[in-house]
Design a protein around this ligand. Structure first.
Ligand SMILES: Nc1ncnc2c1ncn2[C@@H]1O[C@H](COP(=O)(O)OP(=O)(O)O)[C@@H](O)[C@H]1O
Ligand SMILES: [Mg+2]
Length: 368
């Protein structure tokens, strides 16, 4: 029996060439370069699309070593659905699918090549969690995809949101891959019970996933990215328990997303997208306006001081001058004023306090 493509690759220990040293070609078009991943559903190869000027692409091959025929049939139906779902989606953060075909009894999906790595690989490689601002940027992009999927007609539930299914390309853009178990949402249809431990919500365990299930998985994904700890299955996640510097806002955001009771979670991707933005503090005055205001206050203050000082000069100047010199003479009672006035004016202390003398004089006038 002729060996399948998969057997050839296995035989040659991941070499991607025929025995005669020719590289493997699919559909006379996709030239396999190397094996880059192996997962539950099959193998991932980097390839050249020779019809499009050797454009790089990804070949995802459905595995064919199933024990039971019914398992193979099920896997094939998922694989075909991945191709079908992906071909109906057009979003900058979702990997494009180009082709789906069978060859030599094997099934292949041809996809856009994402020049980057998945978030799980990146985190383990960098040896530390992502920063809060990086995670908010990822979450915003993922929520944008979820808004798109959940509002698609019919709505698409992704159902497998986790760090290894999110790729980050060279431009720091998130790309959602692996739509293997994604499916159009039909609340009447009994879902399959496929779960990813730690990332799947309780309802997915009994086959009742729905849009809010993706929001739960996103909460668990963000927890992993912020803490580098795998989320515990079926538990509310609080990243601040692990990394104390995480803000209360993001901690509460993730706790709410991972609530076990579906009604306590965010109720839609749109609501969650709005909630992720850090709370707007009462807008503090921009720094440049603060300086202008300070200078204006200073000028005003100096102006007030200057006016007050000039006031003082104009009021005090004549009194001091007048009373100490010739005017004090004027205030001295003349001999022809009243005896009372004369007797008061004659007292030394009244002469020493010209103001008082003046007052007393006025009082005398009034008295008259
Ligand atoms: N389009 C792609 N571009 C680049 N690498 C990819 C692409 N698709 C998958 N990969 C790599 O292969 C890995 C497994 O792919 P995935 O579709 O998640 O398969 P599985 O069903 O095995 O989980 C990914 O984590 C990623 O590293
Ligand atoms: Mg995957």
């Amino acid at each position: 029996m002729a060996k399948s493509f998969y057997d050839k690759l296995q035989d040659s220990d991941s070499s991607v060439r025929h025995a005669n040293n020719e590289s493997i070609m699919l559909q006379n078009r996709y030239q396999i370069i190397e094996l880059i991943g192996q997962g539950g559903m099959g193998s991932i190869y980097l390839a050249n699309d020779i019809r499009l000027g050797k454009r790089k692409c990804i070949v995802k091959k459905l595995k064919d070593d199933f024990f039971k025929d019914e398992d193979k049939d099920k896997a094939l139906s998922f694989f075909a659905r991945e191709a079908q779902v992906l071909s109906s989606l057009h979003h900058p953060n979702i990997v494009h699918v180009y082709d789906f075909f069978a060859e030599d009894d094997n099934y292949y999906l041809i996809m856009e090549y994402v020049d980057g790595r998945n978030l799980e690989e990146i985190l383990y490689e960098q040896g530390k969690p992502f920063s809060e601002s990086e995670v908010i940027s990822f979450a915003t992009q993922i929520l944008d995809v979820l808004v798109y999927l959940h509002n698609h007609y019919p709505p698409v539930i992704y159902r497998d949101l986790k760090p290894s299914n999110l790729m980050l390309n060279e431009q720091n853009k998130i790309k959602l891959i692996d739509f293997g178990i994604a499916r159009p949402y039909d609340s009447n249809e009994d879902n399959t019970h496929i779960v990813s431990q730690g990332y799947s919500p309780p309802e997915q365990y009994w086959g009742a996933s729905e849009p809010r299930s993706d929001l739960y998985s996103l909460g668990c994904t963000l927890y992993f990215l912020l803490t580098a700890q795998e989320p515990k299955a079926l538990q509310v996640c609080s990243p601040k328990d692990i990394v104390s510097s995480i803000s209360d806002h993001i901690d509460l955001f993730i706790q709410r997303a991972t609530a076990q009771d579906i009604w306590l979670r965010y109720q839609s991707a749109t609501e969650m997208l709005e909630a992720i933005q850090p709370p707007v503090r009462p807008e503090s005055f921009p720094a440049k306006y603060k300086t202008i205001l300070l200078i204006a206050c200073l000028i005003l203050f100096l102006a007030v001081i200057a006016i007050a000082f000039m006031e003082l000069l104009t009021t005090q100047g004549p009194i001091t001058g007048d009373l100490t010199t010739e005017n004090s003479q004027k205030l001295k009672p003349a001999n022809n004023v009243s005896p009372l006035s004369s007797s008061l004016a004659g007292q030394d202390d009244y002469l020493g306090e010209p103001g008082a003398l003046l007052i007393k004089d006025q009082e005398l006038f009034k008295a008259r």
